[in-house]
Design a protein around this ligand. Sequence first.
Ligand code: AHR
Length: 499
Amino acid sequence: MKKHLLSLMASLACILPSQAQVKVSVHESQPGAVIPAEIYGQFSEHLGRCIYDGIWVGPGSDIPNVDGYRTDVLEALRTLKVPVLRWPGGCFADDYHWRDGIGPREKRPKMVNSNWGGTVEDNSFGTHEFLNFCELLGTEPYICGNVGSGTVEELAKWVEYMTAADGSQAELRAANGRKEPWKVKYLGIGNETWGCGGNMTPEYYADIYKRYNTFARDYSGNRLYRIASGANNDDYNWTRVLMDRARWDMNAVSFHYYSVPEWYNKGQATVFTEEDYHTLLRKAVAVEGLIQNHIAVMDAYDPEKKVALFLDEWGTWYDVEPGTNPGHLFQQNTLRDAMVAALSLNIFHKYTERLKMANIAQVVNVLQAMILTQGKEMVLTPTYHVFRMYNVHQNATYIPLEYEADGLMSLSASRDDAGTLHLSLVNPSLTDTVTLEFSFDALRPCAVSGEILTARDVSAYNDFGKAPAVAPAPFKGSKLSGGQLRVTLPAASIVVLTL
Ligand code: AHR
């Protein structure tokens, strides 16, 4: 009988929620690097309904718009504080010929978007529409140039068209309605050149990179920040060859990493088991090892850290929503995706001496989107809320934390110019509440406030025509006393605190 009782208690201990206690030392007296705002970058591709429907509806649309851009999406993105927007791809970039996307819209040639569902692309959203959108949004444009199927001359002239104050391309731009050149900071020389961007070897691409880069000039005071198309996941040899052969000619090298359940059986965004949940989160946090290893390769060639590492595509990737075009990569977004976003951002904060940009894929209606649209309706995803809550970290100084915790719990801190400390706390456990006891080097916080993102279920999501199931709420679980902070972090929650 006694034996039975013991084993019953043992199994109950596994099932019943527990309350772990974690002590956290905040080392505000040992500040780290500034967290570049660009860690919160976004990506917009001519893919599915990202550009058309998502951002651009055209000036004649009955969907409320500002010069053709959806008003609701524009405002939601302004609130997000998007620091940089990558365009026009992705794989699409290496099929894109910019001259098809300028001049009167009704005269622009149509093309088939062979990468993404064979959809007809009418080029009504082109260079002017993109760069004007960036100005409206107050974001830095990141142009990804066509190296796979475009010529050196084509990329050279595109840069001139966008940024030169004088000359034939400036005249053409003015004839198309824009006298002043735009400021364009970021230029990607190709995308995934190991794959959809041309199936090249790193040795071949290193030479190609230098050739295209040579003729992409700096005009009229505009200085390009030049990005080499980088590795797929853990292809460290790719990074090594580029650093070895082209580091003098580039400002950054990128790499891409997606959190995918399994490439040939991705599963649905909203239907998953507890095991699927943990497996996916483990895949998401595996990005830390990749960042460390790419950095180690770069450090060997560039100890002064002159070349930056960019993660210019990341996020979750599932099967498309039933009934939608498989080539359009439209997926829902649950609290599980919010966890992936929050855990990933906390990781990125740690490596910003080298990691200077990260662009989540993609901004609207594609993969791990911030926003979903359907006709006139717009939905803010759980991932949007993480990016909005976390934007306090943009341009703030990283503050190291010391703690020991089981599982995937993750904490991060930064301090802004006004001296305000922000903590982002992620408890992915589905059962366990965590009590956090923070102590500080010398800081004596006098007030604390915060927001929490959680839901009844990690598979909860926000849907059209329904009240939001996942939305931030004021957080009541923190208390200051005697210079110490005590936080009760519920299971499956993301909290951002302001001190
Ligand atoms: O984001 C979707 C696609 O994923 C991009 O076009 C490509 O670069 C990557 O493989």
